[in-house]
Ligand binder design. Structure first.
Ligand SMILES: Nc1ncnc2c1ncn2[C@@H]1O[C@H](COP(=O)(O)OP(=O)(O)OP(=O)(O)O)[C@@H](O)[C@H]1O
Length: 616
């Protein structure tokens, strides 16, 4: 990589009346401008402190050939060796940009830089066929902020978009044409010229109203057999639209729009003025690199050689460290051995040291196996969750996979491996549910055997009227007195809630029984796996089956524990509601007998309370 400075040359257009206040010094490549107080002109007032401007070269009345030799030849030579290059002309309207870049193309001596660059590149191509130079060209124009492809059909041109990446700008959709001869490239250039937007300007009869960029893409071999790398560089040749004062000049609406867009795109230039801009650009540094196109065959050979060298180096290092039996390429046998070790570690509690770790490839293979195991487990879990229509969240899984000390003294023992279903809060353990883990079936009536549900209340010992009349009086009390009515409604509501809770408890019992059944079967399967000694003859399908069974067992146990705890909770709620029902019944009877005592017994006896059942 080389550091380059942008070079700036000043080309002066011949003039009949050169300004007496601008002093050109070709030998020192400087321009001295007199103070504007005396000159009545010069640069904008806010820049008057700067009077001396230095350039890389000043070209006065030179031929087009001399301009090419001094300003462009070096750039073209660099492009031919693989560096990108750009030549652009800027200046006021009519200052000679197009004359410099394109020139008068009918006669070669008046040809500008673009035809001369084309000529030089094809000259190289013809003189060095071994370099296999390939040349493509493109030509674009930016007019009124729209990009046009001058080598494509006009209507398709506006579709060109720019893509900025890593500090470079690409034109998407721009036509690139392969040219095998200089004539072909020139023809394309002239064709593009005809499409350019030009208009009459008070300072120039044929004024460019757009920015144009002609690009030559040059691909070639480096030219040395030992370095068969290709280079690919491009040469951008840019003719900017002219900028300048438009005050006091009459323009058409179209021209006004163009001027606004041109001045907007050249705002930096406009504010600094041509000379200021030149000084600024000269201070910029660029990093230039040769743009290599790698030959795949050469690159492959190069890397093969590097790999072989590195292998030898590694073998030497291993030998020096006494590691002579290290194999860096894993065979299928080695891979299945590794798989068996990983399975032992994951499923048989084998020590981690039993997994060999000798080289990077092994480590990668081990990671791969771990990932496979995890993916298999996750996939199976997903299937299980779908099957069971339950959501097992991660904390619950963790809890069931990793027993805690607390769990060692937990409730029940569902399998023959010391597993229990977890710890129920001491005060939450209902007497009638103690038997669940050891019994195969849970019955709601057993579970609720201790309840006093629907017991008939014993009436306080009182002198009662005839039983049938008393029942009728009780019904009357419930339906026709405000106290009785209130208790009756409350009782109905409480019983309704009780029915719902009982239903829920019944469902939980059923599910627990199903889960218990599944757990018993899974335990049986696991036993069979163990008896078949699958790990002595590892078989992927069998190992997978065992993983699946173990995972399923853990899920079922977690589910059992969850439902078991839920059942405990519902049981307590049922007991509380039953207690409520009981006291409600007691209250209603108490109030009934009180009401009966206060009533006239004759009235009660003669009353007709027909039509309602006497049970409460
Ligand atoms: N060095 C030169 N020697 C002779 N004639 C020149 C020179 N420079 C420019 N001219 C003439 O001056 C006129 C304007 O030049 P040109 O069109 O190149 O200017 P421009 O900067 O491209 O203008 P615009 O910005 O309007 O496109 C043309 O007729 C051109 O032939």
């Amino acid at each position: 990589m080389g550091r380059f400075r942008i070079k700036v040359y000043l080309r002066l257009r011949p003039s009949d009346k050169p300004s007496p206040f601008i002093h050109i010094q070709p030998t020192s490549s400087t321009v001295q401008i007199d103070d504007d107080k005396h000159a009545g002109g010069g640069p904008p007032k806010n820049y008057t402190e700067r009077r001396l401007f230095r350039f890389d070269g000043i070209i006065q009345s030179s031929s087009q050939e001399a301009v090419f030799d001094e300003c462009a030849k070096g750039v073209v030579e660099d492009v031919l060796t693989g560096y990108h290059g750009t030549i652009f002309a800027y200046g006021q309207v009519g200052s000679g940009k197009t004359f410099t870049m394109t020139g008068e193309t009918k006669t070669f001596i008046y040809c500008g830089l673009i035809p001369r660059c084309i000529h030089r590149i094809f000259e190289e191509k013809e003189s060095k066929p071994a370099a296999e130079i390939k040349v493509h060209v493109s030509y674009l124009e930016i007019h009124n902020e729209v990009i046009y492809d001058l080598l494509a059909k006009r209507e398709a041109a506006s579709q060109i978009t720019t893509l900025e990446e890593d500090g470079t700008v690409e034109f998407r959709g721009l036509t690139r044409v392969l040219c095998t001869t200089e004539e072909q490239a020139l023809k394309l250039f002239f064709e593009g010229e005809r499409h350019k937007a030009v208009a009459v300007h008070p300072l120039n009869q044929v004024s460019s109203r757009s920015h144009c960029m002609f690009t030559l893409y040059v691909e070639r071999h480096a030219g040395m057999a030992s370095i068969p790398e290709k280079t690919a560089a491009k040469l951008n040749l840019v003719d900017l639209a002219g900028f300048g004062q438009s005050k006091g000049i009459e323009f058409s609406e179209q021209s006004k729009k163009e001027i606004v867009n041109i001045n907007k795109s050249l705002i930096f230039l406009e504010q600094i003025s041509s000379f200021r801009f030149a000084q600024f650009v000269q201070e910029l540094n660029t990093n230039a690199i040769i743009n290599k196109l790698l030959d795949p065959t050469y690159t492959r050979r190069k890397y093969e050689r590097q790999i072989s060298d590195l292998k030898q180096e590694l073998a030497l290092k291993d030998a020096l460290n006494g590691r002579t039996d290290i194999a860096y390429d894993l065979t299928d046998e080695m891979k299945s051995e590794l798989r068996a070790r990983v399975n032992d570690f994951l499923l048989q509690d084998a020590e981690v040291e039993t997994i060999p770790v000798d080289n990077l490839k092994q480590v990668r293979e081990i990671f791969k196996l771990f990932r496979e195991a995890q993916m298999t487990m996750l996939a199976k879990l997903e299937v299980l969750q779908k099957e069971l229509r339950v959501t097992v969240d991660v904390p619950m899984m963790k809890e069931s996979i990793t027993p805690t000390l607390e769990e060692e003294v937990g409730v029940g023992e569902l399998d023959n491996q010391g597993f229990h279903v977890g710890v129920a809060p001491v005060n939450a353990r209902p007497d009638s549910i103690d038997g669940i883990p050891s019994k195969m079936n849970v019955n709601i009536d057993d579970v609720l055997a201790s309840t006093l549900f629907d017991q008939q209340m014993e009436a306080p010992k009182k002198v009662a009227p005839n039983r049938e009349k008393k029942n009728k009086a009780f019904i009357y009390f419930k339906h026709h007195t405000s106290e009785g009515n209130e208790y009756e409604n409350f009782l109905k509501e409480t019983r309704f809630v009780l029915r719902l809770k009982r239903k829920l408890a019944q469902e939980l019992c059923n599910h627990i029984n199903e889960v218990k059944f599944d757990i018993a079967n899974l335990n049986k399967d696991l036993k069979e796996f163990e008896n078949s000694h699958i790990f002595e003859n590892p078989d992927v399908t069998n190992v997978d089956k065992k993983v699946s069974t173990t995972t399923r067992l853990q899920v079922m146990k977690a589910e059992y524990r969850r439902d078991f705890n839920a059942l405990n909770k519902v049981k307590h709620e049922i007991l509380a509601i039953q207690q409520k029902v009981k006291s409600c019944k007691q209250n209603i009877l108490e109030f009934f007998y009180k009401w009966l005592d206060e009533s006239d017994m004759e009235d009660v006896a003669s009353s007709n309370f027909e039509g309602v059942s006497a049970n409460i």
